[in-house]
Structure formats: C-alpha cells, structure tokens
Design a protein. Structure first.
Length: 193
C-alpha cells in the first residue's frame, strides 16, 4: 500500500479491481483548514483509457508490482504489433494506435523489455532510438555546410533526411518519436554485438 502523496510517474496501482499506470502526478498543498490534493492522470493498462483522479494526500492506494520480461518483436500487421515472450513462446498483440514510427522501425527479432501483471502483458518499453540500414541515397559528398541534407530510403521503406556524408549501405540511428536522423553508426562498434 502507498499513500497518494507517494505516487510517482510509472507506478501501477489497482482501483476497483482495475490496474492503472500513473502517467502524471501533481500535488497541491492545502490551506490551514483544507487539506491538499493529489491530482493523478491514470491510464487503464487493459483498455488504454485515460482517467484524471483526485486523491487526498494520505489516502491509501494498492500498488501492484509489474514483472519485467524480455519479448521479441515478430511482425506488424497494420492494426497491431505481434510479440513473443522468450520464456514460454506465447504470442500477444499490442495495438499500433499511438506507436507512431516505432512499428515501422522495429525489425523482426528485436528483443525489448515488456511489463506483465498476472501473466498478462501490460506494456512494452519501446526504445527511444533504433538503427536501420540505408538502402538508397545520393552518393556521399563533403560540404562546408554541416546543415546540408538529402533524402535516404531505409531497409523498411521509410524515407528520412540524412546528412550529405551518409552513403548507401550504412547503418544510421533514428529517433523513434520523430523519425529524425541522429547519427551514423560506426561499423567497428557493431562488431562486438
């Protein structure tokens, strides 16, 4: 059990037999006669619905422990992404709604952490950056300008803007939220993995 004043972003709590993830918490101090309040934005882990709730600071809430396990991305089929647990090979789906470019950037076989409650998948912890190979772009050029960009097509068909020095066949790091080029991945660093 935790008090409402102890709520933190990312925690999971159970209210009326429903499990919620804490998305955002804001505490407001009260006046002498009025107690403070804790405003929490919660997300139902099964339905994904958001819910804004107010609690008294000393109100007791049931916190739940989420179990972290590695899962493997198998494929995306438009409506959902299919993952497989590595411990028992059971498959489950996560809706693609709200994933943005993550679905396009994830490569089959990618292992990422997921959270489970009572053996049911709650969430998948998508990485902030992913790597992809450039399959076609204009030949690399050297320029006095650092801001020069050109279009490149990645192995998954996604088109992004990359610096002029990037060549076809190179691996680049991409920010998942925006699809923005971050850096060229040096091949000598990749040999150890």
């Amino acid at each position: 059990m935790v008090t409402a004043s102890e709520l933190r972003t990312g925690m999971a709590i159970r209210i009326d037999r429903q499990v919620y993830r804490v998305i955002d918490v804001e505490s407001k101090a009260g006046t002498a006669k009025m107690g403070g309040t804790v405003k929490a934005r919660l997300s139902n882990v099964h339905s994904g619905r958001s819910w804004d709730q107010h609690f008294r600071p000393l109100e007791r809430l049931e916190d739940v422990e989420l179990e972290k396990r590695k899962v493997e991305f198998l494929y995306g089929n438009g409506d959902c992404c299919v993952f497989q647990r590595l411990d028992n090979f059971e498959q489950f789906e996560i809706p693609t709604e709200g994933l943005g470019l993550v679905e396009e950037l994830l490569q089959p076989g990618t292992e990422i952490p997921a959270e489970f409650f009572d053996s049911e998948p709650v969430s998948v912890d998508f990485p902030q950056t992913l790597e992809a190979r450039v399959i076609s772009t204009a030949p690399p050029t050297r320029s006095q300008q650092d801001s020069g960009r050109k279009e490149a097509t990645l192995e998954n068909g996604l088109r992004i803007q990359v610096p002029l020095f990037v060549a076809s066949g190179e691996i680049v790091s991409i920010e998942c939220k925006t699809g923005r080029y971050l850096e060229r991945v040096r091949t000598q660093h990749k040999k150890g993995t």
